[in-house]
Design a protein around this ligand. Sequence first.
Ligand SMILES: N[C@@H](CCC(=O)N[C@@H](CS)C(=O)NCC(=O)O)C(=O)O
Length: 502
Amino acid sequence: MASIKGPAPAPTSFPGADKLRIGIVHARWNEECITPLVQGCVETITKAGVKPENIVIESVPGSWELPHGVSRLISGSQVQASSNVSDLMGATSLLDDNSKPSTPVAGSSSKPSKAALDAVIGIGVLIKGSTMHFEYISESCCSGLMRVGLDTGVPVILGVLTALTEDQALERSGVGRGANKGHNHGLDWGSAAVEMRLVAAGVMLVEERAYDAPELADESTHATYLHLSTRIRAEPVGSVPNGGADPIKVPSIGIEPRFSRVGALHCSLLRYPSHDWVTMSRVLYYLEDSRAFRVAWAMEELELDYELKHYRRIEGKRAEPTLKSESGNPLGKSPYLVDSEVKLGESAAQVKYLIQRYAPESSLLGPAEDWQKRGDVEAWISFSEGMMVHTLAAIYPRWFLDPASAAQVEAKMTPNIQNNLNALESALTGSDYLVGDSLTAADLMCVFSAEYTLYMDTGISSNAKNKQDWPNTLAWLKRCAQRPAYKRVLQKGATHKFTVTE
Ligand SMILES: N[C@@H](CCC(=O)N[C@@H](CS)C(=O)NCC(=O)O)C(=O)O
């Protein structure tokens, strides 16, 4: 009688797989089996649609080390996703002190993703010997991998063969010694990793149904909808038919305003470093040449998607009235951020909110537990919208008074303005950024204030000074302007004339 063992046919399409990043950690023991198993995984992962450059492969000595290796790879990728570390292994030093780059698989072409890993496969081959060693390692390794998956919430696939003989191990790796080469289980583990991530995100079932059941009339589809809507915490704004009963509410879907096809729902889902699935309705109301630049830059540093709504200044001063009516900000000021259910004014509050919500483990608000540095970041944030507003005290008279009176006010404000620039200059002595050697919210907030002060030339040339008198500050502004995230804001069409280039 034919064997009934083996999985039912796996799904054949994996919508959304092209956005995934999958890790493989393999043991080095029993290489003859390990190599084809890893290759099998890579084959089905890429076939499912994952980009080759988004498969990270690492090794550990043996199967005993797999749970630790998988756990470190997951946490390292999460750190990487919320920081500026460009190289995953550089962030984790997973296996030894010699940090090395993640292994790009053949066929890699574009830039690897820096997102947190979506699933990890732990691959090992255990072959029973004459002692109890095999039993202990098999048990510990399998339960260790299960624990990492449950503890982290990241699907961990058990890719461990526990064979009683060498032949069994070879056959399960698809390289049997006899005529029967067996079956390479790595093929199954690869597609299981992709499937588990998509199912865990509640997307796959929805996507499949989009093609099967466009009318959304059966109960299980509704259940999926409801499940999904609680996951993404979106406002219920639409409904689907429910066989004559009360229509079922479904979430706002941002891009596609109708719910006639379930597939539309997927279009609006984006994954953020926190592993949440949320609706794409993040809008920044951006007034030209304004503090809104801080918030757009912060979102770029955090690699968040957002829409910029542009507004002009009337005669270079006040915002056009549509900023108030369209944003809903009662003050009519920019920046104003609407992030799904959250509506926020004040650039400092917005920058802090974005970091706390989407990159809580980053050091953008200062390193965890370093209360001096965290306090310093806070102080600079307040400084940017407190002390630095002395600049505006010299600008408004230029707008509203005659030139002689404006010059008088500016002269009175000059000591304060220079005091502020001196404070920045001294913090930047021997340091690339305001707090420590990496970018923090202090820079995200204060760069605009300094750029604006230098550009508007308040209290500078009128007092026989030159911006070169603050060389550290100038170098810092240029350094920040060179950051890819800063440049991306400009590429998206944000008007910001204050960038220091020379
Ligand atoms: N403290 C607020 C200041 C907001 C503010 O005054 N924004 C200015 C642009 S930099 C604005 O909207 N001006 C337009 C107007 O006053 O009509 C923040 O940091 O967001």
